[in-house]
Design a protein around this ligand. Sequence first.
Ligand code: VGL
Ligand code: ZN
Length: 237
Amino acid sequence: MSVILSRRLFLASSAAILATRAAAADKIKPGPTSALLVIDVQNCFVDGGTLPVKGGAQIVPVINKLAPAFENVVVTQDWHTPGHTSFASAHAGKKPFETTQLSYGTQVLWPDHCVQGSEDAALLKDLKVPTAQLVVRKGFHKEVDSYSAFEEADRKTTTGLGAYLKARGIDTVFLVGLATDFCVAWSAVDARKLGFTAYVIEDATRAIDLNGSLAAAWKQMTDAGVKRIQSADIQTA
Ligand code: VGL
Ligand code: ZN
C-alpha cells in the first residue's frame, strides 16, 4: 500500500471513530436521578383490547430496548372499577367518545376498558421491564378518572407517584407508553408541574387522536416545558 493511501485510510478511520464518539457523546445517558415511566402498556390499549390505540403494540420492542438503560423504572396501569364513571356505559344515553360534564369538568366517555383484575387490564406479555421497581395503578376511584400517573382528574387526589420519586431523589422522568395524547401527555405535564424535568420519547408512544387531541397535547406539553425526543437520542447498550 502506498504511503499516501495508507495515510488517507488512517485519516478516514480516525474521522469515523471521532464521528462515532461525537454521536455517542450527544446521546442522553440516563443517570441515577432519572426514571423511565412506562405508561399503560396494557392489553386494553392494543389490537384485541377494549380501547385499541393504532399501532400500540409497536412500541413494545422500543421500550424493551430502552428499559435496560435506566436504573429506575416505574410502570403504570389504568385500573378501573366495573361501571367506572369514565365509561359511556355508566351514563344513560351516552356513547363512547362522546363527552359529559362531571363534578370536576368535562370527561371523555370511553368504552368499558382496563377493568381491575381482567386480562384486558394486564400488561402486554411481550413487555420486558423486569427491573421495574414500582407499579402505579390509577383510575381506581369509581367516580374520578385519572389519565395522569401523578394526580387524578379532580386535580386534588394524588396517586403518590410524585412523592415516591422525590423520596428516592429522582428529578427527571422519561415517558413512554399509551396513549400519547391522554395518559402520557397528562403525566408529562403534571411531572413538570411537580418540578421534574420531563422528556417524552415520541417513537415509544402511540396516540388515540380524538378530534385533534394529539396536536393539542403536544402544544400543552411543549408549553409546559416537556422535551420531545426519539428513542435514538438515548444511549442504549
Ligand atoms: C387512557 C383513555 C382512557 C390512556 C386511559 O391510557 O391514555 N386513555 N383511559
Ligand atoms: Zn381509562
